[in-house]
Design a protein around this ligand. Structure first.
Ligand code: DX5
Ligand code: ZN
Length: 232
């Protein structure tokens, strides 16, 4: 059996203090995060509005961690170049947000960024079949997007397992990220299903023991689950 893909913890600054986002990014780097997750919401695709390229660009110098932008926006193709210019290394777009998903992902690659695709809980894995060759990562939402702090949907675990099988069968090099309700109590099962990149908002920023302990605990639990899965 192939070695499991490295565990990556990607805290979402959606749960950070927006009045000091640069400091929050620096604190996440000091606390051992692998990358920083930017939840970009347009008030149309999801019923919430957050930040865009200028805010992300303003924080770029605060940390050397890679930035990933999770675009919860309609017609994401319109602003892709702005996110790359803002210093985003990986852009993920929702399969549900654009008719021309294939072209949109190819545009991200042409701009020199890494491309990823996201699906909401009601979208089947089969929607990804004809774009998997274009992406470095797939993000499977474990809540309906729009807000932090929602309850984890265990119903998405079989989807992660199905996608992991599809990727392995096709011999592709694709990470599987999960986002929404990822916490000490939920990270083990979704890792066993096949996820290896974990977004966490509240579980990191609201942890009583602080950022570093929360990130280390999530990482330990995911790695333990991977060891269990590969021993099984
Ligand atoms: C939801 C966002 C998530 C969210 C996760 O639309 O995509 O990244 O911030 O927050 P928690 O980890 O608190 O569920
Ligand atoms: Zn997100």
């Amino acid at each position: 059996m192939a070695a499991p893909r490295p565990v990556q913890i990607s805290p979402s600054v959606l749960s950070a203090d927006f009045s000091k986002l640069g400091d929050e990014c620096r604190a996440l780097e000091d606390a051992g995060a692998d990358r920083i997750h930017w939840d970009v919401m347009d008030g149309q695709f999801v019923p919430n509005l957050t930040f865009g390229p200028p805010v992300i660009a303003a924080c770029r110098a605060a940390t050397s961690l890679p930035f990933e932008a999770h675009l919860m926006v309609e017609t994401p193709e319109l602003l892709l170049a702005d996110y790359v210019e803002a210093g985003v290394e990986l852009i993920t777009v929702h399969a549900e947000a654009t008719v021309h998903l294939h072209r949109c992902l190819a545009q991200i690659v042409d701009l020199g960024a890494r491309a990823a695709v996201t699906i909401v809980p009601s979208t089947p894995v089969s929607a990804l079949e004809h774009v998997l060759d274009l992406v470095d990562m797939v993000l499977i939402m474990t809540v309906n997007p729009g807000f932090g702090g929602q309850a984890y949907l265990a119903s998405q675990e079989p989807k992660v397992a199905e996608l992991r099988r599809m990727v392995t069968e096709r011999g592709l090099d694709v990470d599987i990220e999960v986002d929404g309700g990822i916490a000490p109590a939920t990270i083990g099962a979704i890792t066993t299903a096949g996820a290896n990149v974990f977004v966490a908002g509240n579980a990191v920023f609201k942890a009583p023991g602080g950022l570093a302990a929360a990130i280390a605990d999530l990482r330990d639990r995911a790695e333990a689950a991977q060891r269990g899965a590969s021993a099984a």
